[in-house]
Write a protein of this length. Structure first.
Length: 350
């Protein structure tokens, strides 16, 4: 009996070593430190100013190799450590996934990993309009969109991606659209989430359509109608950019139905957003960009929120820096809530 146990243990050790030998684990990450200064003019004519540092950092762990059936696999997760007004030290649900790959087809399970609608083709240097505009008026939420509609990729689900000669097609299904935390199916947090959100899907495409220099995308998503709501959370977006050598120009469109608690004044409102941008590679290390974005709310009492920004980026090899200036009109859909922001960043990848 003892000999049998030793043989079994030795066999298990050999199999574990062989499995590890066929797999590859990598650790990577990024860090960005920023300094943002802002000034805003309220409708009452008051002028306020502020400035402060911010931080974004992320650690990624990835393991990949071959399965016993000959298919490839990739599994990983990320630890995101960012500045937080709530004091939360870390987020373990960032980019958590297991991919099973057969040729040009990838089946994926996880969160924040599959290609998705949170993309744009109108900003090429510095911050995107949403990030440049945010924070001007404290807790007020700017209308300029980064995510759209149901935004299901930030919830745990399953999806498939299919590479083609023209780009990659994808489909994602999530059973509970607010299940974004690192919880299991018996946790009370998931049960609570199920009472306030429903299942959702997103389908999309991203690629060059067979044209060198072109970057195009189109996505649509929808969440089933929540209890007490008279609408569905949904959105769609599309855009394209084209590189002309040193110059890249692009446009993207976003339309989103606001998902909010039943009875909220903004629940069911729609926002349509048009963004235009151009980038210029002045040298191999210096780039300049400009973007104009207009968010149009469906509420007749709210004016359009407009963001104009210019940015310059400078590469130092291992480090990259950028400086973004943004001018914002009618922040959060409030007339004469105008402001300006200047953000300087330094970033490192490792």
């Amino acid at each position: 009996m003892k000999n049998k146990l030793l043989i079994t243990s030795a066999l298990a050790s050999v199999l574990a070593f062989a499995s590890a030998a066929n797999a590859q684990t990598t650790v990577s990450g990024n860090l960005a430190l920023s300094l943002k200064a802002l000034s805003n003019d309220t409708a009452a004519g008051q002028i306020q100013q502020g400035r402060g540092f911010g931080k974004e950092s992320q650690l990624n762990i990835t393991n990949k190799g071959k399965l016993s059936n000959g298919m490839d696999y990739v599994a990983g997760f990320s630890l995101e450590l960012e500045g937080s007004t709530t004091g939360a030290p870390a987020d373990w649900s960032e980019n958590t996934y297991i991919d099973i790959i057969s040729g040009n087809t990838t089946f994926t399970v996880g969160v924040d990993h599959i290609q998705n609608s949170q993309r744009q083709t109108s900003s090429f240097v510095g911050l995107i309009p949403d990030d440049a505009a945010s924070g001007l008026y404290g807790s007020a939420t700017n209308l300029t969109l980064e995510t759209i509609g149901a935004n299901p990729y930030q919830a745990y689900g399953a999806g498939i991606m299919q590479k083609t000669p023209f780009g990659t097609l994808s489909a994602l299904y999530v059973p509970t659209n607010s299940n974004t935390a690192g919880t299991d199916d018996g946790d009370s947090a998931v049960q609570a989430a199920e009472s306030t959100s429903k299942s959702a899907y997103e389908i999309g495409f991203a690629g060059d359509l067979g044209v060198k220099g072109l970057n195009a995308f189109a996505f649509t998503n929808e969440e089933k109608k929540r209890d007490g709501q008279t609408f569905k959370g949904k959105g769609h977006t599309y855009g394209a950019s084209y590189n002309f050598g040193q110059v890249t120009a692009g446009y993207d469109y976003k339309q989103s139905t606001i998902v909010a608690a039943a009875g909220s004044a903004e629940a069911g409102d729609k926002i349509k957003q048009h963004s235009f941008g151009i980038g210029f590679a002045a040298t191999k290390d210096i780039s300049i960009g400009a973007t104009y974005s207009k968010a149009e709310p469906s509420d007749a009492g709210e004016p359009d929120e407009k963001v104009r920004l210019i940015a310059i980026g400078y590469s130092l090899g291992a480090l990259a820096t950028d400086l973004t200036y943004a001018n914002v009109e009618n922040y959060a859909g409030t007339a004469n809530n105008d402001g300006k922001t200047i953000t300087a960043r330094i970033r490192a990848n490792f």
